[in-house]
Design a protein around this ligand. Structure first.
Ligand SMILES: Cc1ncc(C[n+]2csc(CCOP(=O)(O)OP(=O)(O)O)c2C)c(N)n1
Ligand code: SF4
Ligand SMILES: [Mg+2]
Length: 409
């Protein structure tokens, strides 16, 4: 039976948000960017904003590819220039909602100057920063957020620089909305983006996310799932936390939450105020007086509120329409699922399974993963068990191959 790719893509629940003709995407398995895009798409839908008035701007990098995949007006601009381009779009048409979706290398390295000045101006932008601690697209070099001591292609003996804490940086620069999550916190990411889309001023949402192919492999931190588990075990929820306390150490705790949400006149409001002083009531921006623009803004807000109300009503109807029994049956199925785990894994004694995976994560960059994992498997289990836990062996081989020669000694 042949698969009709065209109708498969058209039938996808994401077909209205993503450019399905561009699928499959380039992101690696386990990379956090995909789930962020999903959260973003969900947030756009939930916000009730008019998708035709939304513009997405990205710089260069794996995250920079987002602009090319979303089914909105978008610009994939040059490295580090997403914020100035987005600023230009907003100034040219203040009716648009402008989102910057880019990597931390793009936004805080080459584009760092633009970031701090947009925050200082309280420019009306929503900035979503995928922070994977590395330049993913170009081979895993150190970035301004790579934790001290982490290994990168340009710091094979460990990073001796100190990283930016992005919430602290943009807070000091003047951002009026700041949140941080990890790619495991999909719903919170959605919620923060939704909030940011509906507010004015400079909003910054950092999403800590795994670059499986370069950062995780080079630092021997396992795969995407291992990192999600790390996020789950090490995230500390602290809404309103002082951003001075949000630094991230190598494999340390990650403070997450909404840290800042305050009102301050935006850049465009500042322009208006100044021009009204100079020109008086005749002042117009793109042919519209301030009262005219205010009336339009009010009407748009009402349309958004109506769309949100309609969505809430449809959701409530959907929930009522789901009969109680099938939902229970589904829950039972989910609970039963672990029993279907691969036979080989089930055959392995618990201690052996544990030993085969854990030392790789704990020893991280310090000890050669190949040796440690092999030792642990040998100690914990006889031949049969080694056979039953092939995942760790495969993983360590791949990681040993990827690791820089010097650190493997
Ligand atoms: C002016 C310029 N300098 C350098 C590059 C090479 N370059 C492309 S992407 C990139 C790093 C992107 O890193 P990040 O923003 O963290 O995105 P990621 O790939 O990690 O998602 C670099 C250095 C470039 N394209 N243009
Ligand atoms: S190289 Fe890293 S950041 Fe780029 S797609 Fe792969 S996992 Fe994601
Ligand atoms: Mg990056």
């Amino acid at each position: 039976m042949s698969t009709d790719i065209k109708s498969f893509k058209a039938g996808s629940p994401m077909s209205d948000v993503l450019r399905m003709e561009r699928m499959p995407h380039i992101w690696c398995p386990g990379c956090g960017i995909g789930s962020e895009v999903n959260s973003f798409a969900e947030a756009v839908k939930r916000s009730g904003i008019d998708p035709k008035k939304l513009v997405v701007v990205s710089g260069i990098g794996c995250t920079g590819r987002v602009a090319g995949y979303v089914n909105f007006d978008s610009i994939h601009t040059t490295h580090g220039r997403a914020i100035p381009v987005a600023t230009g779009v907003k100034l040219a048409n203040p009716d648009l909602t402008v989102v910057v979706f880019s990597g931390e290398g793009d936004l805080t390295g080459i584009g760092g100057n633009h970031l701090i000045h947009a925050a200082r101006r309280n420019m009306d932008l929503v900035v979503i920063c995928n922070n994977n601690f590395t330049y993913g697209m170009t081979g895993g070099q150190v970035t301004p957020t790579t934790p001290n001591s982490a290994i990168a292609s340009t710091t094979p003996y460990g990073n001796y620089e100190y990283p930016f804490s992005l919430p602290f940086l943009v807070d000091a620069a003047g951002a009026t909305y700041i949140a941080r999550w990890t790619s495991m916190h999909s719903r919170n990411v959605t919620q923060s983006i939704e909030e940011a889309l509906l507010r004015k001023g400079f909003s910054f949402i950092e999403v800590i996310s795994p670059c499986t192919t370069l950062y995780l492999r080079r630092n021997r931190l396992g795969d995407g799932v291992d990192m999600l588990q790390h996020y789950q075990e090490n995230s500390i929820l602290k809404h309103g936390c002082d951003t001075r306390e949000t630094a991230i150490d190598y494999q340390g705790k990650i403070v997450v939450g909404k840290f800042v949400d305050k009102n301050k006149p935006t850049y465009l409001e500042g322009v208006d105020k100044c021009c009204v002083k100079l020109v008086g009531d005749d002042y117009q921006l793109y042919g519209k007086t301030i009262p005219e623009r205010e009336a339009e803004e009010k009407a748009e807000k009402e349309r958004i509120a109506a769309r949100r109300a309609a969505m809430a009503a449809t959701e409530a109807q959907g929930e009522e329409a789901v009969p109680a029994k099938p939902r229970k049956a589904l829950a039972a199925k989910v609970k039963k699922a672990p029993a279907k785990a691969p036979k080989k894994a089930a055959a392995a004694p618990k201690a052996a399974k544990k030993a085969a995976v854990k030392p790789v994560k704990k020893t991280a960059a310090k000890a050669p993963a190949k040796k440690v994992a092999a030792k642990a498997v040998k100690k914990a289990a006889p031949k049969a068990v080694k056979k039953a836990a092939p995942k760790a062996t495969v993983k360590t081989k791949a990681m040993a191959k990827a690791a820089p020669k010097k650190t493997r000694k």
